[in-house]
Design a protein around this ligand. Sequence first.
Ligand code: FMN
Length: 160
Amino acid sequence: MAFDATDYRRIIGGFATGVTVLTTANDGLLHGMTANAVTSVSLDPLLLLVCISKSANAHEQVEATRRFTINILAADQEDISVTFAAKNEAERDRLQGVKYRMGTTGVPIIEGCLAFIECSVSDSIDGGDHTVYLGSVENAEVLRDASPLIFYQGEYRELD
Ligand SMILES: Cc1cc2nc3c(=O)[nH]c(=O)nc-3n(C[C@H](O)[C@H](O)[C@H](O)COP(=O)(O)O)c2cc1C
């Protein structure tokens, strides 16, 4: 059966995921991008991957700093996901009015998220219009025992 990118989006949209915000800090310039193309890769060593569009500002930031933090969002943080799914330039001293603190690697951690994972880039491969970044886990912590935000068929959901 012939199918195109629109069909593919609908088909892969049946793969339910959690929702994260990838944060970066580039010499005082802070940035966040909503991302669900995030997968745990390895336990020894600790590795995860994230796919970032080559046209995203986040791509430029990760290329420049080789660091990022994955903030796993809770069900009550849909507004934060929407905020960081809109294009936003890196700005000094603020993260779109969202509350955050700095992590041990100097990258922002968003308040109220379920958990965060601080990474340094250990490798990257070309993935068409995205780059696949392999992140070496430097620090990670669970912050909250709450329901996760879910993305399924192009919509935000909560676990029943
Ligand atoms: C639920 C959801 C998940 C997303 N996941 C990704 C992703 O994994 N990688 C990506 O490059 N963009 C992803 N996006 C799109 C970016 O969040 C969006 O393009 C954003 O505007 C990029 O911001 P920036 O260019 O300012 O970095 C996702 C959007 C949504 C709503």
